[in-house]
Design a protein around this ligand. Structure first.
Ligand code: LLP
Length: 416
């Protein structure tokens, strides 16, 4: 697979477009995405999981730009959503309602009602109370018995950052197995309007290896065995979590390794297999483009202050996530120095990167914060009254602004 971002003539290009050109025309900070890379990533997962016939539901929370969603819907993906807003977005982008999977630990009545009315395909339910709420809404929404997957908490520890581990017993997510068994047994009496047709799990994100996922799937399959007599379970949804390397020396398990590790368990299970990848599809297809404003040195530490920061890309401040930083214009021969790349926000945590080694930056230089396509723009905020950065989609030699930059006027529009 060709890299989406490469140096040509000493300047980073996204596909055939120079990031310097984009910055000139669109300004900074700006998100830049490679359309081809997103499609390639989608196909790579589809191919690796073809022996399992896996159905991909792209996880909108990673990047929910409508242009990207439209492409993925056209490629045949379904959508994994976690709020009424994401249901709305997925429908707007053209996902068929039956290919939308509605997950989330805190769905409100209004959100569930809306999703029922729109004919959303699956509800991944996370508690007994949520089942009761959904059951009561079926008739008023005029909906046929919706397909429900119980989101199980298989109590496994994923190898990832603690903020991204969701399948252990202390996490708020999912239903423990004994409770799920009881619910399945009491289903007819308690939730007559719902069809228990699947099980769902998602043990975490940026999973280093497939081993904990394999353990969790084993537990989930054992659970299906115990309730198989009472319900027609047609699908197992194993969530998202497949990782990308954020550093040159990182080698998290690749997509085929996940597929191969799961194949022996799932190939003959007689179940539809569903996946909810987010990061693996868009993560390495995007960068955050920023411009250096100021450079200063204190006690030997080089601070580089950019025009984008934690309000744009929150991951470094929130998780200590490490993204590579590339100067848009390479300066061959310039000896690199170690810099701290900070943003303009009035918070000491406002860094895009610590200890990155790059040629000495100067005001006006452009930098690309790499692998920012997932959980970048979707996690941005207006803190410090900073407008959201625009999103640019590159397609070969062309590019398009697919979300314009917010204006100051936009920031006060909701206030009365
Ligand atoms: N399915 C469910 C139920 C999820 O909760 C998630 C992510 C996914 C699928 C997609 O997971 P992925 O394939 O992208 O790993 N903000 C964090 C990541 C949080 C992930 C939340 N759930 C970050 O910036 O790394």
């Amino acid at each position: 697979m060709a890299a989406a971002f490469t140096y040509k003539d000493n300047c980073i290009h996204c596909e055939a477009v120079s990031l310097a050109d984009i910055a000139r025309q669109v300004g900074t900070p700006a998100w830049v995405y490679s359309r081809a890379r997103i499609a390639e990533n989608y196909h790579a997962i589809k191919t690796a999981f073809a022996p399992l016939g896996a159905e991909l539901h792209y996880s909108l929370k990673a990047n929910a730009n409508l242009s990207i969603l439209r492409d993925l819907a056209a490629l045949g993906a379904g959508a994994d959503v976690v709020s009424g807003g994401e249901v709305f977005r997925a429908l707007r982008a053209g996902f068929a309602p039956e290919k939308i999977v509605f997950a989330g630990v805190g769905k409100t009545r209004a959100e569930l009602f809306y999703a029922l009315q729109e004919g959303v395909g699956w509800f991944n339910v996370e508690s007994a109370q949520e089942l009761a709420v959904l059951d009561r809404l079926v008739a008023p929404a005029g909906s046929a018995a919706p397909r429900v997957a119980l989101r199980l908490n298989p109590d496994v520890q994923a190898e990832t950052h603690s903020h991204m581990a969701t399948g252990h017993s202390a996490a708020k997510f999912g239903i423990d197995l004994p409770t799920a068994q009881r619910l399945a047994a009491e289903w007819e009496a308690r939730f007559p309007g719902l069809r228990l047709a699947g099980v769902h799990m998602h043990i975490g994100s940026q999973l280093a290896t497939p081993a904990p996922t394999v353990r969790a799937v084993e537990r989930v399959l054992a659970f299906i065995d115990t309730i198989g007599g009472q319900h027609e379970i047609e699908a197992i949804n194993i969530g998202g979590g497949m990782p990308i390397p954020y550093q040159e020396d990182e080698q998290p398990a690749a997509v085929p390794q996940f597929a191969e590790a799961l194949a022996p368990l799932l190939a003959d299970a007689g179940l539809r297999v569903m996946l909810e990848p987010g990061r693996r599809i868009v993560g390495d297809a995007g960068v955050l483009l920023v411009e250096v404003q100021y450079v200063k040195e204190r006690a030997g530490v080089h601070f580089v202050i950019a025009d984008g920061g934690m309000g744009d890309l929150l991951r470094p401040a929130l998780y200590g996530a490490k993204h590579r930083v590339w100067p848009v214009a390479a300066r061959p021969g310039a000896a690199p120095i170690l810099v701290q790349l900070a943003g303009p926000i009035c918070e000491s945590a406002d860094f895009l990167a610590h200890d990155v080694s790059i040629s000495p930056p100067e005001p006006g230089d452009l930098l690309a914060v790499m692998d920012a396509g997932a959980y970048g723009a979707t996690m941005s905020t207006n803190y410090n009254a900073r407008p959201l950065a625009p999103e640019v989609l590159v397609d070969g030699e062309a590019f398009k602004v697919v979300r314009r930059r917010q204006k100051w006027e936009d920031l006060i529009q909701l206030e009365v």
